[in-house]
Every structure is written in C-alpha cells, then in structure tokens.
Write a protein that binds this ligand. Structure first.
Ligand code: TYD
Length: 211
C-alpha cells in the first residue's frame, strides 16, 4: 500500500548535525501548516522507548550483534505499528531520525552481521514498507567525531567505537544510496548548518513537489 502521508527518514554518522537538521525540517514544514510528527529510532513509541534504554546503555559488548539487531527490529515493529503507520494513515508527515538503514550501517557494516540476515528481518517485520525519502547526511568520520567530542559528553554505546568503525558506517550509507537512488539523497554535511538545511529543503521540495 502506498503511504498516504509522507515518510521521511534521516541517516548519518555521529557529528553529522542530523538531530539539528531533523528539527529544522520539521519546523519548516510546520510553518507551511503541514501536520508533522517528529520521531526517532530506536524509540518513538512507549514500548520502543523501553527497548531503546536496553540497547543504548551499558558496555559496548553488552549484546551480541544478532540480539542487538533483533532488539532494533522489535523496537521498529512497535514504532511502525503504534506511531508511524497511524500517522501516515491520517496523511501526516512523519519525520524520523534514523530507520532501517541504521541497522544495515551499525549492526551490518559496523557490527559484522551479514546483510542478508538484516534483509530477511526487514522483509519479515516491514514487508515492503519503506520511507518515501531518506536523507543521508554525509561527513568524513574524523570531522564528525571531532564535532561530537567538542559538543557532548553523554556518549551512547555506539559512539565508543573507533574511527575504523565509523568509516565502515559511512561507506555503508554511501553504498545504500547507490543501491537505492530513487529513495535516498546524499547531503554534504560538512557545510555550515544553513547550507545543509537548504540542501535538505531542496531535496524534500523536489521529491514531494512543494513550491
Ligand atoms: P542517539 O543518541 O539517538 O544518536 P544519534 O544522534 O547518533 O542518532 O543514539 C542512537 C544510536 O543507535 C546511534 O548510535 C545509532 C544506533 N542505532 C543502531 O545501532 N541501529 C539502529 O537500527 C538504529 C535505529 C540506531
């Protein structure tokens, strides 16, 4: 079934300015009187938020990669069922900070789980439900990590991994964009905040024919 609203996801590594840009896009859409639901993964529904706590706290080796992936998909199923699909059915815009591409990047390319295993889980949990548009905020990992260091101290489990891990994440996102060019737009996140926001707005306006 075609999404009735608009489902837009954001992806990117640490320090890509993603959270800021997610909020900026939501604000820009609201200013046009559009109905927007701003959400994020893992989380976005009460049950999924409980799972978020399990998966994002603790030592880096708290979960093996398959368990972690199952937790991500358990949270995603709850989120899609309770929050995303009901909002789309009401013709809302759903703007989501991370979605399944994060699982391919973090648990797949980063954690070493075969892509095929993730693909099978995706197909089981989501069937053919996909975002209408995915914005991939691309930044060199050393620049991104440097930005996060200067900004925050509340590192999640994944930010504790090293530079090589973050390089694999970036390559994975770029490969996803190459494989699925109809859905994905890569945005250069090294530019200043306003320039990045303008690039995002252009991509959204073009995809959904906004004037
Ligand atoms: P969060 O603090 O929300 O980070 P960010 O600002 O980077 O989005 O933490 C979310 C973390 O969860 C992030 O490090 C990526 C990770 N993650 C996965 O590993 N797999 C997934 O499927 C998702 C959705 C997130």
């Amino acid at each position: 079934m075609k999404n009735m609203g608009h489902f837009v996801t954001f992806e990117g590594g640490d320090g890509s300015g993603k959270s800021t840009q997610v909020k900026r896009l939501a604000t820009a859409l609201k200013m046009r009187d559009l109905d927007v639901v701003l959400t994020r993964e893992p989380g976005g529904a009460p049950g999924a938020d409980e799972i978020r706590k399990l998966v994002l706290t603790g030592e880096p080796d708290r979960w093996d990669v398959m368990t972690e992936t199952l937790l991500m998909f358990a949270a995603r199923n709850d989120h899609v069922t309770r929050t995303i699909k009901p909002a789309l059915a009401k013709k809302k815009w759903v703007i989501c900070d991370r979605f399944t591409d994060s699982t391919y990047a973090y648990q797949g390319a980063g954690g070493g789980l075969e892509r095929e295993s993730i693909r099978r889980l995706e197909s089981l949990v989501l069937d053919d439900f996909r975002p209408d548009l995915t914005l991939i905020l691309d930044i060199a990992p050393d620049v991104g990590l440097e930005r996060t260091k200067s900004r925050r101290h509340d590192e999640t489990r994944f930010e504790k991994f090293n530079l090589a891990f973050h390089k694999r994440l970036r390559d994975s996102y770029l490969a996803i964009a190459r494989r699925d060019p109809m859905r994905c737009v890569v945005i250069d996140a090294a530019a200043d905040e306003k320039t990045v926001a303008a690039g995002i707005w252009n991509a959204v306006a073009e995809r959904f024919k906004l004037k």
